[in-house]
Design a protein around this ligand. Structure first.
Ligand code: KG4
Ligand code: ZN
Length: 351
């Protein structure tokens, strides 16, 4: 079984082919990613219209390259998957419409995948773990702790009441004059800084329900930064290190709370899994590794090239759905908002 996956929900244009190994894991046959970072950098963030146009220009070539790299013709794949949301709607329409066209001409099944499900199931692609597992999904747009009980079966245990973690990293970078995207830049600067120089708050620490709040932390950092203008390189490094330390403390504490809720409701998870762009952060990974060790759990973190947005995670989610017969038709909508636990919590769709 081999599935072509397209990803166009944000500022990466991507196409990949993923197959199924005999041991139940995925085999990535190709994974072509074209980052649009250079096109958006001047604006300090992703410009939706520019992103959509860039997807149109690049996607066909990436599909050709992904198929060539996998050594396959289009007619030889078993399904065509695209991330049908959540994301910037112009880009989502580009990917989904392309997938529909390819599915129509080849008469192959269409798989309209939730982008977040792509991130969520990455640990099954790489490590073949079983359900249920505890997932910390941390990206530019999402911060969620979820019990993953099966394909399409998610229970949200906690989320952020304001900013997503990646968004907070990006805003802090902007505030400190670091380039976009901010997460990796903040991590790089933090490596040279003192994490104890600034005593920043740890919002929500100790609360039983595993929710997050990041905006107060970001504001506290801004106040510190404004107090010491002009900022030297050392100041920036210390501010980044202090911010990263505070975020890490919060994430560990919130994940511990989620684990408690998970165990009370669903028993022992097969693993603690992190996913999404922020999962690339090494300080965060190390801290979660310690937490997992204390809890007697395996921590699964995707390799760096699978943390950010790419086609392989979409193709894999498509393959998981195809295996279960969860096929979509030509009416599948492009969605700007699409919570993973939509079936359980319709209110969440509007939140
Ligand atoms: O999953 P992703 O590639 O795109 C979304 O679906 O949002 O995540 C991108 C986010 C950005 O906010 C970026 O700053 C953040 O992930 N990020 C990081 C790191 N690498 C990427 N945040 C902290 N540390 C990193 N090393
Ligand atoms: Zn993503």
């Amino acid at each position: 079984m081999r599935v072509l996956g397209l990803e166009t929900t944000c500022d990466e244009t991507a196409a990949a082919v993923v197959g199924l190994s005999d041991d139940g894991r995925g085999a990535i046959l190709s994974n072509e990613v074209l980052s649009q970072i250079a096109e958006h950098a001047a604006y300090g963030g992703v410009v939706p219209e520019i992103a959509a146009r860039a997807h149109v220009e690049a996607l066909d070539h990436l599909i050709e390259r992904a198929l060539a790299q996998a050594g396959l013709r289009l007619e030889e794949v078993d399904g065509i998957a695209a991330a049908a949301g959540p994301g910037l709607i112009g880009g989502v329409i580009v990917g989904l419409t392309t997938a529909k066209a390819l599915a129509l001409v080849t008469r192959k099944p269409l798989l309209a995948v939730n982008h977040l499900e792509g991130h969520a199931l990455t640990a099954r692609l790489t490590d073949g773990i079983g359900f249920p597992f505890l997932l910390l999904l941390v990206s530019g747009g999402h911060t969620q702790l979820l019990a993953v009980k099966g394909v399409g079966d998610y229970v949200r245990l906690g989320t952020t009441v304001d900013d997503a973690i990646g968004e907070a990293f990006d805003k802090v970078a902007k505030l400190l004059g670091l380039p976009y995207p901010g997460g990796p830049e903040v991590e790089k600067a933090a490596a040279k800084g003192d994490p104890e120089r600034f005593a920043l708050p740890r919002p929500m620490l100790g609360r039983p329900e595993p929710n997050f709040s990041l905006s107060g932390l970001k504001t506290a950092l801004r106040i510190e930064a404004e107090r010491i203008v002009p900022l030297t390189e050392t100041h920036v490094a210390d501010l980044c290190a202090s911010f990263q330390a505070a975020v890490t403390d919060v994430v560990v504490d919130r994940t511990r709370a989620a684990l408690r809720v998970f165990r009370a409701a669903a028993g022992h998870p097969t693993a603690l899994v992190i996913a999404g762009g922020v999962a690339a952060n090494q300080t965060l990974r190390r801290a979660l590794q310690r937490l997992a060790g204390e809890a007697g759990l395996r921590l699964l973190a995707p390799p760096l090239e699978l943390c950010g947005d790419n086609g392989a995670i979409v193709a894999w989610a498509g393959l998981e759905r195809l295996r279960l017969g969860l096929i979509d038709d030509m009416t599948a909508p492009a969605r700007a908002r699409w919570p993973l636990d939509a079936a359980r919590d319709e209110a969440g769709a509007k939140a």
